[in-house]
Design a binder for this molecule. Sequence first.
Ligand code: ZN
Length: 179
Amino acid sequence: MIFSPLPGTPLITQGFGQNPDVYSTYGYQGHNGIDFGVPEGTIIYAPHDGTAEVRNDGASGYGLHLVISDEKRKSVLAHLSNVDVTNGQFVYQGNPVGKSGATGQCTGPHLHWTYKICKSGVVQNKSNGYDGAVDVTEFTRLWLDQDLHFNAEYTDDAKEYLAMDFTENQYLKNTTRQA
Ligand SMILES: [Zn+2]
């Protein structure tokens, strides 16, 4: 189970697979993650355990960003204004790891989150049109459960990319989460 990287009710402004014409220039079939429209300085939480890598693309690409990975999965949290972990630090799900921003190539403050599934640390399904990135939209529906304390809303543009439907009681609980 992975958790929301944001507190409160994050607004998803660009869904997974959206805007294929824009992302074809990167070799993707569409947006390779989901975007949350949040003001600069919003605290970002680790969506899962892993070793943090601090990277900086400067004014291009993902800007200041964090990669959190372990044997099973990898997250990229991009366009940050600040990171609160050191390179190589192990972080636990729910730990605050940085603050959102508008660094790199973007039109305004938001958090971009790419999620990939790994096997023994190797990204799987890299030929899926998104370099192995998978749609975490379904998890945003799981956050709707109040036990997870998070709830995602969608803009009208992003709504059609919310493809998964869940029954009311279909979720996983983790009572040990920290944030
Ligand atoms: Zn994005």
